[in-house]
Write a protein that binds this ligand. Structure first.
Ligand SMILES: [Zn+2]
Ligand SMILES: [Zn+2]
Length: 394
């Protein structure tokens, strides 16, 4: 039996068992950096499989499986474990038992697929060469990003992987499909916090104070030119001001107005040039109108970049494993993923796993209270991760 055949056979044989694991994780979600039970559960499963592991970044778990000639190649496979502060609205037997916390981004599925891949790789270790590093990370949904903490703790050292793969559920793509994209796939995400200040005063005497409401309004309008006039038109980028807080009555000019927003980019050079422009526009506008201002840009995740050569390898391997017509092209997304931190360090490939089933009504997007998956995606996900871990080379 060929290796992909063996993997397909085991993925099918273990699918029900791992659907059970996913349901356990789904029912017991934990917020970012608090994945204590999830981490203990992952450790217990690795122990049962006889896979050695270490702990990193608090709740992160890193397992190692050695095939034949362990030093010949090292590949990392990554899953995230955290859930979101969302109240689940699904009426399912394995719904979240923790009100206000929900696996609404499918990280329960990612963790399950990696555990499933671990089981398959361990069982078939006579049939593949090299070392596979299993990375179960905390805190993908929250700055500074579990990936950055894992890297600081040395997840990419001893041994250093030549390639890293991660998958993400895709609720707009049918179950049974996967999709890939070369180069830029997801955006960087930085948070903007602006505070406009003046001494404030009587609304009937605006001549005695800078009007923070008017200044903040001008700032919002002026910031529109960052994308429309300064960005290279062919380069995707978004700047959205999403919160305007200030004032509480009709006859007072408030002494403080707060704005918040998000800035997304696909190019790291443009990203940091845009930060300078944003600061300049904010400060220039406020000062020209006599107000004081603070502009804080909280640096979030970098963009996700899929290495060209690895993308070609991975896509071809996916076609071998799944059949050519099951492998598609992913669109660029302006969402962010802390997987971007790994792709800055080693060649990476982030791909998508179809989980939609329109006939069964499984169509809700990630981060919604009704998000769910067609669970047959788990067999695909665990098989694909095992296959990439066992065979991808760069
Ligand atoms: Zn998410
Ligand atoms: Zn996610």
């Amino acid at each position: 039996m060929s290796l992909p055949q063996s993997i397909r056979r085991l993925a099918a044989a273990y699918a029900d068992q791992f659907i059970g694991i996913r349901r356990h994780l789904h029912a017991n979600p934990e917020l970012s950096y608090q994945e204590f039970e999830t981490s203990a559960f992952v450790q217990e499963k690795l122990r049962e499989m006889g896979i050695p592991f270490t702990i990193m970044a608090g709740t992160g778990v890193v397992g190692i499986i050695e095939g034949q000639y362990p030093a010949s190649r090292v590949v990392a496979l990554r899953a995230d474990m955290d859930a979101l502060p969302i109240l689940e609205a699904n009426d399912i037997p394995y719904a979240s038992t923790r009100p206000g916390i929900m696996h609404a981004c499918g990280h329960d599925v990612h963790t399950t697929c990696l555990l499933g891949a671990a089981k398959i790789l361990q069982e078939l270790k006579e049939q593949w060469s090299g070392t596979v590093k299993l990375i179960f990370q905390p805190g993908e949904e929250k700055n500074p990003g579990g990936a950055s903490l894992m890297i600081k703790d040395g997840v990419l050292d001893n041994p250093r992987p030549a390639a890293i793969f991660g998958l993400h559920v895709h609720p707009q793509m049918s179950v049974g499909l996967v999709s890939f994209r070369e180069g830029k796939v997801m955006a960087s995400a930085d948070e903007i916090y602006i505070t406009v200040r003046s001494k404030g005063g009587h609304a009937a005497a605006p001549q005695y104070t800078a009007d923070t409401i008017l200044v903040a309004s001008h700032i919002i309008v002026a910031l529109q030119q960052v994308i429309s006039r300064n960005r290279e038109p062919q380069m995707a980028s978004v700047l959205s001001i999403t919160s305007f807080q200030g004032g509480h009555t009709t006859n007072v000019i408030p002494s403080e107005v707060k704005l918040m927003g998000t800035f997304r980019a696909m190019d790291e050079k443009w990203r940091f040039r845009a930060h300078e422009l944003i600061r300049k526009i904010v400060e220039g506008t406020a000062h020209s109108m006599g107000a004081e201002v603070d502009c804080l840009i909280d640096i979030g995740y970098p963009s996700v970049y899929n290495n060209e050569a690895l993308h070609i390898t991975a896509k071809a391997l996916a076609q071998t494993y799944m059949g050519e017509n099951k492998v598609g092209e992913t669109e660029i997304r302006m969402g962010a993923e802390d997987f971007g931190y790994y792709t800055q360090q080693v060649p990476g490939c982030f791909f998508r796993l179809g989980v939609m089933n329109a006939e069964k009504g499984i169509v809700s997007g990630v981060h919604t209270p009704t998000f769910n998956i067609d669970e047959s995606a788990i067999e695909t996900g665990m098989g694909m991760m095992a296959w990439l871990g066992a065979s991808a080379n760069i």
